[in-house]
Write a protein that binds this ligand. Structure first.
Ligand code: XMP
Length: 520
C-alpha cells in the first residue's frame, strides 16, 4: 500500500525493535521495519519522512558490528537513534564510544537540559528546578565525546551525554529506550520526533487502512474473481469482509469443514457469511475424508502434512468450479513477513501461510494480501471499522490443523467429541468470569492416558483432559494464565460430570519457551 507518510525503522537486533514500529503506528504514522543494511537506493525509494535506528546488542566498535551506510546522514531526512542507534550515529559521525565503566540496565533518571524540540513538553516536577524523567536503560557502552556539530540535550548522574542533537542535519539520538512502557514519557519523545521534527501529520488508522485497501483491491482485481479460504478465524473473516466491501460478488469464499473445528463452528461460519452477509460461499463438509486420512496417524508432523495436503486438494477442486479466477486472497500478517529470526537481512524470510502454502504456484493465481503490513491488533481494528461482531474479532487464535493437534494420539470422532465438549465448557466458564478477552488463548487437550477414578461407587478408567490458558503478545512467547482456583475447580467438576469419557482434569503451568502453546 502507498502511504503518504512513512517512517523507516532500521533494525540492529534489539528485542524492542518491533515495539518501535508499533509505537509509531499507534501515534498515527505508518512505519516499516527493515534490516540495518537496507540499501541506500531502497531507502531513497522508500521516501521516509523520518528514519529511526533501533537498539541492538552489539558494540559499535567491534568487528562485524552492524553498521548502516553513513550516506544515510546526508539524505536530509530527520533521524532518531535509539540506544545502539545513538552510539552508531555518534561513532560514524566522529564521536567517541567506549566501554562504560558501569553498565546500565534497567530504570534510570534522565535530567533534561534542553526542551526546545525532542523534549518539548517536559517540565520540572513541583518545587524542583530540574527536569527529571524516568527512562529505561540497557547499554554497556557510553558516549565519551560527542560528534562535531552536535549538542547535549540530556544527561544522567552516570552518563553526562544521554541525548544529542545536530539541529542543522535534524539528527537526534537518545541513549535510553523511549519505546518501552518503563519510559513513561517515551511516547512524548517519539511524538515530538514524528510531528515536530519530521513534520508528519498523522492520521494513519484503521479507517484510513480500509479506505486505501478497498481502492487498491478494486484497481488490482479489475473484472476478475478472487477466491478466499474462509476458516471463520479473525484474519480470514476480516479479510473476507474487506474484500467483499471492495469487490462484492467477485469474491468467492470457500469454507472447508475438516471435522477438526471447535464445536458447531462450521455451522456458525456458514450461517453468518452465507445467510447474514450474503457472500458467495461454498461450504464443503469434508470431515469424513479428513478423518479417514488421519485414521491411525499419531505423529504430529504427519497429521499436519495430511491436513495441509487434503486442504489443498479440496480447495483446488472447489476453486476450479469457479470461473474467471485471477487472484487468491491470503491473510498474511506483518510478523509473518518481517525478518523475525535474523535482523542481518537483506533476504526476507517469508513464512508461507499455514493453510494454503503451496497453492499459488500450482494454481497460477496472483496473491492479494491486504494485511501484509499489519499487526494482529491492527487487523482487529480493521474488523471493527468494518462492523464485524465483537465476539468474532476478539476470538482466540486457533491452529490450522485444528483439534488434531490437541488430541495427543490418533484422531477419532469420539476423541473429537470429548475435546470439543471439554473446550466448550472451559471457554464458557472463562467468558462467564469475564476473563476471555484478557488472554491470548485457552483450550482443552485430550491426553493419551486413562486413569482410575470413582464415580457414584463405580470404578472408572477414563480419559484425562489438560486445560491450557496463556497470555501472549504474538504467540512467539507465552506465559500461563494464573486462573483463579475457584474457576479451575468449577471447570474441572463440570467437565468430569458433563463430558462422557473424562474422569480427570489437569492444568498446564508451562510457559513458552521451553514449551509451546499447542501440545503438538
Ligand atoms: P505454538 O504451539 O507453536 O503456537 O506455540 C503458537 C501460535 O500458533 C498457533 N498454531 C498454529 N496455527 N497452524 C496455524 O494456523 C498451525 O499448524 C499452528 N500451530 C500452532 C497456536 O494456536 C498459537 O496461537
Amino acid at each position: 500500500m502507498e502511504h503518504p507518510e512513512r517512517i523507516l525503522i532500521l533494525d540492529f537486533g534489539s528485542q524492542y525493535t518491533q515495539l518501535i514500529t508499533r509505537r509509531v503506528r499507534e501515534l498515527g504514522v505508518y512505519s516499516e521495519l527493515h534490516p540495518f543494511n537496507f540499501p541506500i537506493e531502497e531507502i531513497r525509494k522508500f521516501r521516509p519522512s523520518g528514519i529511526i535506528l533501533s537498539g541492538g546488542p552489539a558494540s559499535v566498535y567491534e568487528q562485524d558490528a552492524p553498521h548502516s551506510t553513513p550516506e544515510l546522514y546526508d539524505l536530509g531526512i530527520p533521524i532518531l537513534g535509539i540506544c545502539y542507534g545513538f552510539q552508531l550515529i555518534s561513532y560514524q559521525l566522529g564521536g567517541q564510544v567506549d566501554t562504560f565503566a558501569r553498565k546500565e540496565y534497567g530504570p534510570a533518571n534522565v535530567i533534561v537540559d534542553d526542551t526546545s524540540d525532542l523534549f518539548a513538553g517536559f517540565v520540572p516536577a513541583n518545587g524542583s528546578s530540574e527536569i527529571s524523567t524516568p527512562v529505561w536503560m540497557s547499554h554497556g557502552d557510553a558516549l565519551t565525546k560527542i560528534p562535531p556539530g552536535f549538542q547535549v540535550l540530556a544527561h544522567t548522574a552516570n552518563s553526562p551525554i544521554c541525548a544529542i542533537r545536530n539541529a542543522a542535519k535534524k539528527i537526534y539520538a537518545v541513549q535510553f529506550h523511549p519505546e518501552v512502557v518503563h519510559t513513561p514519557k517515551g511516547k512524548v519523545i517519539l511524538r515530538n520526533f514524528l510531528f515536530t521534527i519530521a513534520g508528519c501529520k498523522g492520521g494513519w488508522d484503521a479507517g484510513s487502512i480500509v479506505d486505501r485497501a478497498v481502492d487498491e483491491i478494486r484497481a488490482k482485481v479489475g473484472t476478475q474473481n478472487v477466491i478466499c479460504a474462509l476458516s471463520g478465524g479473525v484474519d480470514s473473516s476480516v479479510l473476507a469482509v474487506l474484500l467483499h466491501k471492495a469487490i462484492g460478488d467477485q469474491l468467492y469464499c470457500i469454507h472447508i469443514n475438516n471435522g477438526l473445528m471447535r464445536k458447531s463452528e462450521s455451522e456458525q461460519v456458514t450461517r453468518l457469511y452465507r445467510d447474514t452477509y450474503k457472500f458467495n460461499l461454498d461450504a464443503v463438509d469434508a470431515s469424513d475424508i479428513f478423518l479417514g486420512k488421519l485414521a491411525g496417524v499419531v505423529d504430529p508432523e504427519q497429521k499436519r502434512k495430511i491436513i495441509g495436503l487434503t486442504f489443498i486438494e479440496f480447495f483446488d477442486r472447489e476453486a476450479k468450479s469457479i470461473g474467471n479466477v485471477g487472484f487468491l486472497a491470503q491473510g498474511t500478517l506483518y510478523p509473518d513477513v518481517i525478518e523475525s529470526v535474523s535482523f542481518r537481512g537483506p533476504s526476507h524470510k517469508i513464512k508461507t501461510h499455514h493453510n494454503v502454502g503451496g497453492l499459488p504456484d500450482r494454481m497460477k493465481l496472483k496473491l492479494i494480501e491486504p494485511f501484509r503490513e499489519l499487526f494482529k491488533d491492527e487487523v482487529r481494528a480493521v474488523g471493527r471499522v468494518l462492523g464485524l461482531p465483537e465476539q468474532l474479532i476478539t476470538r482466540h487464535a486457533f491452529p490450522g490443523p485444528g483439534l488434531a493437534v490437541r488430541i495427543i494420539s490418533d484422531v477419532t470422532p469420539e476423541k473429537i467429541r470429548i475435546v470439543q465438549e471439554a473446550d466448550e465448557i472451559f471457554i464458557e466458564e472463562i467468558r462467564r468470569a469475564g476473563l476471555y478477552e484478557s488472554m491470548w488463548q485457552a483450550f482443552a487437550v485430550l491426553l493419551p492416558v486413562q486413569t482410575v477414578g470413582v464415580m457414584g461407587d463405580q470404578r472408572t478408567y477414563d480419559n484425562v483432559i489438560a486445560l491450557r490458558a496463556v497470555h501472549s503478545l504474538d504467540g512467539m512467547t507465552a506465559d500461563w494464565v494464573h486462573l483463579p482456583f475457584e474457576l479451575l475447580g468449577k471447570v474441572s467438576s463440570r467437565i468430569v460430570n458433563e463430558v462422557r469419557g473424562v474422569n480427570r482434569v489437569v492444568y498446564d503451568i508451562s510457559s513458552k519457551p521451553p514449551s509451546t502453546i499447542e501440545w503438538e
